[in-house]
Structures are given as structure tokens and as C-alpha cells.
Design a protein around this ligand. Structure first.
Ligand code: NI
Length: 229
């Protein structure tokens, strides 16, 4: 199965304004430096160098936003999050053809190996600022086209074929990263998220009763069975 989730308003308006200010004079570079062999051949965009001030500040901002998002935790059950990259599509560097992300990425200064169970994109500017630039996920009939408001995030299975269509007007600004989950299997993780949402709904309508406590126990027992923390 392929997971596909959205988290609206991951970033707040003030955070988006701070990010836009930092990006105004940021030192963009060729995006191919972070792509694997197949992906590098179809990648044509720009990224911020990982160690520049703007990249550091935006990375910290997104990591704080993930920490406060209970939706992100429920959907991803994250074990480790790859430090986010910032990218830009526009002008001559305006698309990223169909590709799959490497299964293993080396993360951080010590090059720790991380498995890319989930891929994420956080949109940094609004869809009316550019034409094109849709994120297409999947192949053939199952393909989904994603273009979200600024501050919204999409989270999808790391094994999906995906692409970004050419930007023909304006600039598309986004943050992307990968997540290694405590629950590797998409179907198991998705089932846990469904159960978590149902328990929340039950508790909001009836408060805590014996049934909601029992179901919460079931959730944690499944997590105990499937998680590799
Ligand atoms: Ni990719």
C-alpha cells in the first residue's frame, strides 16, 4: 500500500514570514548534490547548502514544528528524522522528473544511516505564486497530484515513484526530508493511525470510559508488537 497524508498548517504565519525573509537573499546551489544516481539524472532544481545560516534556521524551525505536531507523531511514529533540505524550482531549474528516493540516506555530521520509510514536503509559498510545480506521487491511474498552501505538509510512502512537474511561472519553495519510522510497514503504521484517530474521536464524544481505555490498550499492544524503537 501507499500512504499519503496531509498536515495542514504545520508552520504558523509568523514562521512562514521569517522563512520568506531568510530566503530572500539565500545562497542557492545546484540541487543534484543530494540526489542518488538515478534521481540525479532527472533532477533540475536548486537547494540551499546545508551549512548556510538560512538552511540552519529553517531546519530548526521545521524540526520544532514537527515536535509540537501530534498529527505528525501519529502518522509517522518517527524514530529519526533526516535534517530537512530547502529547495526552489523556477527559471531554468524548474522540475524533478520521475524517480525514487534512495532507501538509505546518511544523516548528520557522523553519517548515520537512516532508512527512508516516509518522504515529506512542506510547502513554503502559496500555489498562486507559481504555475506548475505539482508533486505527483505514484504511477498510472493511482497517481495523485499535490499542491498545498504555504505551511502545509504532505507525507507519503518512501518507496513511491514521484516527481515535481515543471514550474512555468514564479518560484516554488519547499522543504523536504525523510523519516525512519518505529513501524517500518506502511499497512501496520496506517492501521495504528486509524485506530489512534478513532480512539480520539470516541474520547472526545464520551470522555474516558472502559471501552476507550481498552482500545487505548489495544493500540499500545499493537505498537509494542510492531515497533522497533
Ligand atoms: Ni524524491
Amino acid at each position: 500500500m501507499t500512504c499519503l497524508y496531509q498536515i495542514p498548517e504545520l508552520l504558523q504565519a509568523q514562521e512562514l514570514r521569517d522563512i520568506a525573509r531568510r530566503l530572500a537573499d539565500a545562497p542557492w546551489q545546484d540541487g543534484r548534490t543530494s540526489a542518488g544516481g538515478q534521481a540525479a539524472q532527472v533532477k533540475n532544481n536548486e537547494q540551499l547548502p546545508r551549512d548556510c545560516d538560512a538552511a540552519r534556521a529553517i531546519r530548526d524551525c521545521v524540526m520544532r514544528a514537527l515536535d509540537r505536531s501530534t498529527a505528525f507523531f501519529s502518522m509517522a511514529l518517527p524514530r529519526r528524522v533526516f535534517p530537512p533540505h530547502v529547495n526552489r524550482y523556477g527559471g531554468q531549474r524548474n522540475h524533478y522528473g520521475a524517480h525514487v528516493d534512495n532507501a538509505i540516506r546518511l544523516s548528520g555530521e557522523h553519517g548515520q544511516a537512516l532508512r527512508t520509510d516516509l518522504s515529506a514536503t512542506v510547502f513554503l509559498n502559496d500555489p498562486d505564486a507559481y504555475d506548475g510545480g505539482a508533486l505527483l506521487i505514484g504511477t498510472g491511474l493511482a497517481q495523485r497530484s499535490i499542491k498545498l498552501p504555504a505551511g502545509h505538509m504532505v507525507l507519503y510512502s518512501g518507496n513511491s515513484v514521484h516527481q515535481v512537474t515543471p514550474v512555468t511561472r514564479g518560484q516554488r519553495l519547499a522543504v523536504f526530508f525523510w523519516i525512519e519510522s518505529m513501524v517500518r510497514d506502511d499497512a501496520q503504521r496506517d492501521l495504528l493511525h486509524d485506530l489512534d484517530m478513532s480512539i480520539l474521536s470516541l474520547r472526545s464524544r464520551h470522555g474516558d470510559d472502559a471501552t476507550s481505555v481498552a482500545l487505548t490498550g489495544t493500540y499500545h499492544n499493537l505498537l509494542r508488537m510492531w515497533a522497533a524503537p
